[in-house]
Design a protein. Structure first.
Length: 377
């Protein structure tokens, strides 16, 4: 394969063999150095916030149908960043750093044109299995997103299948009223393709759902190359209630998508979202000012080693961090004082999830989500 450095080809072949027979989470597999990313998985929730204007606009929708279309627009708008931007900027998908327990990623998107400030709080709430919790909030706009994510991986043929475990709840405070609306967001499954050639990339597959306390349900189905459209990164979304479809949106989530047939304004084939809309990267404190548990501070030596191809330094410091973690867990167990989460608490019965799941009982929508979730204090 052209993407694998010559001296690492044998290692890549061995790596592929090892994942073919591997069960468990990929985070614990040792990957060849050229496929290592210097970014920790705890940073990934930031993708949800990279279109702060679109997120801030949701609660301003004039009625529940418009608000659902705005939720869908924001959701679709995050997909390019979440799933294709990394392989566009670095040539291929890479293996992110596996966050340590309690690792934090804190950031914000500043206020611009009165949209209000959006803050991000992400915390690694479990190390084994890896689970990341996050909260993204814009108080001015009355929008909060809370969620958690974990991954279950399996290997099939030439692709890795990744099931996203977890869900997010978007909460709207409607302007001029005390009413709240909730949107339960489930997550699509991923396929990691291109492994054979040493240049992995993500494709989305299956369905995901956005179900609202308003009774509206959006069903998204994802297809890639070789499906009906023949185009990579494609999807179709239907917005409806009680089995009736109000609007259909179709196209490419990493490109342009349009209303199929009528749009709310009465036009036809109107553009719904154009993924070339610029993304705003989250701003974070410089590493020197970050706390001991903040991600870029925790991994600074490892990340620098990966970036400068000084893999020896990277792996030494990674081993140091992992040993320290093991010792910490032992000490905690011996002292009977388990690790305390900083921004989240474990909730056994997620009321919002239960409420929404009950509303949509009998529809496939809630099958993927699960009840336990970490929740902001
Ligand atoms: C994490 C949650 C985000 C969306 C997202 C995007 C890409 C996914 C990532 C999640 C989880 C980890 C992931 C990654 C793509 C590749 C990577 C599945 C779901 C795996 C662990 C890397 C495998 C190593 C190969 C490159 C060999 O909201």
């Amino acid at each position: 394969g052209a993407a694998v450095p010559k001296e690492q080809r044998q290692g890549w072949g061995q790596f592929l063999k090892s994942i073919a027979t591997f069960s468990g989470d990929l985070s614990s597999l040792t990957a060849p150095s050229f496929i290592l990313s210097p970014v920790s998985l705890v940073e990934f929730p930031a993708y949800w916030g990279e279109h702060p204007d679109t997120l801030a606009a949701i609660a301003k929708g004039k009625d529940e149908v418009e608000r659902m279309t705005l939720v869908l627009k924001w959701f679709i708008g995050t997909l390019k960043g979440q799933f294709t931007a990394r392989n566009i900027s670095t040539g291929s998908e890479k293996k992110p750093l596996n966050p340590i327990l309690g690792e934090l990623f804190l950031g914000k998107w500043g206020d611009k044109n009165g949209r209000g400030e959006t803050t991000l709080t992400a915390e690694q709430v479990s190390h084994h299995p890896p689970v990341t919790a996050y909260a993204i909030e814009n108080a001015t706009a009355g929008v909060t997103l809370e969620g958690h994510c974990a991954q279950k991986t399996s290997f099939s043929g030439r692709t890795i299948s990744v099931k996203q475990v977890g869900h997010a709840v978007l909460r709207l405070k409607l302007p001029g009223s005390s009413n709240e609306e909730l949107y339960l967001i489930t997550l699509p499954n991923l396929l990691i393709e291109g492994l054979w050639y040493g240049s992995p990339y993500v494709e989305l597959t299956g369905n995901s759902y956005i179900q609202s306390t308003t009774g509206l349900l959006t069903t998204l189905s994802y297809t890639g190359k070789g499906y009906f459209s023949g185009k990579a990164h494609s999807f179709k979304a239907t917005i409806g209630a009680g089995g009736n479809t109000l609007y259909t949106v179709e196209g490419e989530w990493a490109g342009v998508c349009k209303y199929k047939g009528k749009s709310p304004s009465g036009g036809s084939n109107e553009v719904f979202w154009d993924a070339s809309t610029e993304r705003e990267e989250v701003s974070v404190e410089p590493v020197e000012k970050q706390g001991a548990m903040e991600s870029r501070n925790v991994w600074k030596t490892v990340a620098n080693g990966i970036r400068t191809q000084d893999y020896d330094t990277a792996s030494k410091d990674k081993a140091r961090i992992e040993n320290e973690q093991r010792q910490k867990r032992k000490d905690e167990a011996a002292a009977g004082t388990p690790h305390q989460l900083e921004h989240f608490v474990h909730v056994d019965e997620d009321q919002e999830y239960a409420q929404l799941a009950a509303m949509f009982k009998g529809q496939p929508a809630h099958e993927d989500a699960y009840r336990k979730k970490p929740r902001v204090h």
